[in-house]
Design a protein around this ligand. Structure first.
Ligand SMILES: Nc1ncnc2c1ncn2[C@@H]1O[C@H](COP(=O)(O)OP(=O)(O)OP(=O)(O)O)[C@@H](O)[C@H]1O
Length: 227
């Protein structure tokens, strides 16, 4: 019987930045094996919500629990360790380092967060890149947008996180490549038994998620259909 316990629980979260209330009383849960898409217009607070879930900004009130640990109670090294071991992040433009090879980019989080029980980071990186169909011999600077996003997905997976967060992961891609990268992303909850939370403007991408939540006037609302 698969473990479908929450890998992310957000409860009664409020965030005020300056004079502005970005969101209030926000609740959401992502279980292992499940995907959730967050939709919302520009400026509605999607990236701010991800920043709170990553522990990059502190909420005004409320709690974020990742894989059973209250991230909002942690500071310093304890926060960084939870983020490094339990969360993988995919950004809109990949944010991979052109000076490093694809395998070095993917191995980097494992080299920075070594686990004595794990395989060699470079072996794991090569295996992930092969699975995701990236030619590891090509210089990073020569990779296409879709290949860069595959490298970014492999890097997000290197520490076997319980939760993958993605901020507009297909926003910089053409339609065909978007669909390929979206397919890879939305297979992850099942293939890697993690939770996936993705922020997107794109209804095509959101429609692949198990559940869709929309930010409307600072509130999270479940969206049942994509009319
Ligand atoms: N430090 C800050 N002080 C005040 N307001 C801020 C601060 N940081 C962000 N904001 C505001 O918070 C709001 C939400 O920003 P956020 O980037 O989370 O939106 P978003 O939904 O991700 O937008 P987009 O889709 O355009 O990326 C914006 O109106 C932004 O101007």
């Amino acid at each position: 019987m698969p473990n479908t316990s929450p890998v992310l629980s957000v409860s009664d979260l409020c965030l005020t930045l300056g004079e502005r209330t970005i969101f209030t009383s926000a609740d959401l849960t992502v279980n292992a094996g499940e995907s959730l898409a967050i939709l919302g217009p520009s400026g509605s607070g999607k990236s701010s919500l991800l920043s709170v879930i990553l522990g990059l900004i502190s909420p005004t009130s409320g709690q974020v629990v990742i894989d059973g640990t209250a991230l909002t109670d942690l500071r310093g090294d304890a926060l960084a360790n939870l983020r490094a071991s339990a969360v993988g992040m995919v950004f809109q433009f990949g944010e991979i380092l052109p000076e490093l090879t694809p395998a070095e980019n993917v191995a980097l989080p494992a080299l920075l967060n070594p686990r004595p029980d794990a395989l060699d980071p470079y072996e794991r990186a090569a295996s992930l890149l092969e699975t995701l169909g990236v030619v590891t011999t090509a210089p990073t600077a020569h990779l296409s947008g879709g290949e860069r996003q595959r490298v970014a997905v492999a890097r997000a997976l290197i520490n076997a996180p319980r939760l993958i967060l993605a901020d507009e992961p297909t926003g910089a891609l053409d339609e065909k490549t978007r669909d390929q990268v979206a397919s890879i992303l939305f297979e992850l909850p099942v293939s890697h038994h993690c939770g996936l939370l993705t922020v997107t403007h794109d209804l095509n991408v959101a429609s692949r998620a198990d559940r869709i939540v929309q930010i409307v006037d600072g509130r999270l609302q479940v969206r049942d259909e994509l009319a």
